[in-house]
Write a protein that binds this ligand. Structure first.
Ligand SMILES: Cc1ncc(COP(=O)(O)O)c(C=O)c1O
Length: 438
């Protein structure tokens, strides 16, 4: 089949969608241009579209699916809950069970509160840090994505025309209409640069509430992290009395205690989402008991940071999350590492055989394709030029025609249902697509 195909049912559904939804879909990143593939169902590592075609899913709903689509154990847990009701303005034991599982697994998480998305989790962590320290500013990584909260969007789309000094990046607004005060309250840090981390954090001094980092940021290119960078961030934050928030919304899929477990980090606060909901909408803020106390209302007093949410900790998400997370063992993460290595090593071999100066970065079930040979240390190295973006766009279309769905920006994510044969299917698809696009 060819993509695009104006006669396809997906193309026709997209025409219809645009009459009621701006841009035809509620998630801007969802789109494969000129029209998205409309899914009928997913099963394990594969998704099936409304035209009867199948694709190896190398996106996994933006990294939120870890076991595979339609996991039977998660489905059974959800079905059990559906018969008992889907949401109450009262508490359920299911919330405690998922909270206990996560607190038991992650040493830095002494207490946890649930929300509905990663955006809310990051926002809640920042509000907690501000309340705890009584300070307004945050520091974040240049180019890193943390959801759609104004402050954390700063410098998400920075480019050569506005990113400024590499050692002290400019805070660049993202969404049109973000108030100027947002950029003033956010300082931006280049990933993997310990000296810059020290000086930028130091300069914020006693105005700084928290440093927000992702230990393997996808938009920064999934570069190998430099341990010295984390030491510098933690030490500099402690020295000025600021907290460290680690966004593990994606990286929690790298190990039983997330990537902080692999790296031996103990942040003050952690933002979680995606896999911990077992495929359902979720977010969570976890961390030190004394900091998390800002969410508690004692003796009828209002909490320092009131946090609600009609669907926060809803029992469907809670039982799905627990059914998913309880199935994950050390062996699961070893398997994800093995299948991820198979893809990374296979693609590197392919690039070499084709004489292409391309790279693949990543760890565990995550990988990212780079259509160039710049050494990837930080966001600016991974930032694609317009001609490189055009290559990636062509690659995505040729891969769709070969039964592989990879997002256009080249971030790949594998789930546990992915077999070695599936991984080889992916490599073969690249093998026949690349000569057409590179
Ligand atoms: C690292 C990171 N943080 C936060 C978010 C926001 O999560 P959500 O889409 O659930 O709001 C994302 C989403 O992709 C993410 O990748």
């Amino acid at each position: 089949m060819a993509y695009p195909d104006p006669q396809s049912r997906s193309a026709r559904l997209y025409e219809r969608a645009q009459r009621s939804i701006p841009d035809g879909a509620s998630r801007s990143l969802l789109l494969v241009r000129p029209y998205p593939i409309y899914v009928d169902r997913g099963d394990g590592a594969w998704v099936y579209d409304v035209d009867g075609r199948r694709y190896l899913d190398v996106n996994n709903n933006f990294t939120s699916i870890i076991l595979g689509h339609a996991d039977p154990v998660v489905n059974e847990a959800v079905a059990g809950q559906l018969g008992r009701g889907t949401g109450f303005a009262l508490a359920t034991e299911a919330e405690i069970e998922l909270a206990e599982l996560l607190c038991d697994r992650v040493p830095s998480i002494e207490r946890i509160r649930f929300a509905n998305s990663g955006t809310e989790a990051v926002m809640g962590a920042i509000k907690a840090a501000r309340a705890f320290t009584g300070r307004p500013m945050i520091v974040k990584l240049e180019g890193a994505y943390h959801g759609t909260y104004d402050h954390v969007e700063t410098s998400l789309g920075a480019g050569p025309e506005n990113w400024g000094d590499a050692e002290a990046p400019t805070s660049v607004p993202y969404a049109v209409g973000a108030p100027p005060s947002v950029s003033e309250e956010v300082a931006v840090l280049p990933f993997n640069n310990p000296a810059a981390a020290r000086s930028i954090i130091d300069r914020c001094g006693d105005k700084l509430a928290a440093v927000l980092i992702d230990t393997m940021p996808s938009r920064v290119g999934l570069p190998d992290p430099d341990p010295e960078f984390f030491q510098a961030v933690f030490a500099a934050a402690r020295a000025v009395g600021a907290l460290v928030i680690v966004d593990e919304v994606i990286t929690f899929r790298l190990g039983l205690a997330g990537n902080q477990g692999r790296l031996g980090l103990e942040p003050d606060l952690t933002a979680l989402a995606k896999i911990i909901g077992g495929g359902y909408p979720v977010g969570a803020i976890g961390g030190r008991a004394d900091v998390m106390e800002v969410f508690a209302s004692r003796d009828g007093e209002r909490a320092a940071v009131p946090a609600g949410g009609t669907f926060s900790a809803n029992p469907v998400t809670m039982v799905a999350g627990r059914a998913c997370m309880a199935q994950l063992t050390e062996a699961s993460f070893a398997r994800l590492e093995a299948v991820g290595d198979r893809v990374r090593i296979g693609l590197r071999g392919l690039f070499a055989a084709l004489g292409l100066p391309w790279q693949v970065t990543g760890a565990g079930s995550l990988f990212r394709i780079h259509p160039h040979d710049r050494l990837i240390v930080s966001y600016r190295d991974a930032h694609l030029r317009p001609d490189e973006m055009a290559v990636m766009d062509r690659l995505q279309k040729r891969l769709l025609e070969r039964e592989v769905y990879l997002p256009g920006y080249g971030l790949g994510c594998l789930n546990l249902a992915t077999t070695d044969n599936d991984a080889d299917h992916l490599i073969h698809a690249f093998g026949s697509a690349l000569p057409l696009v590179a």
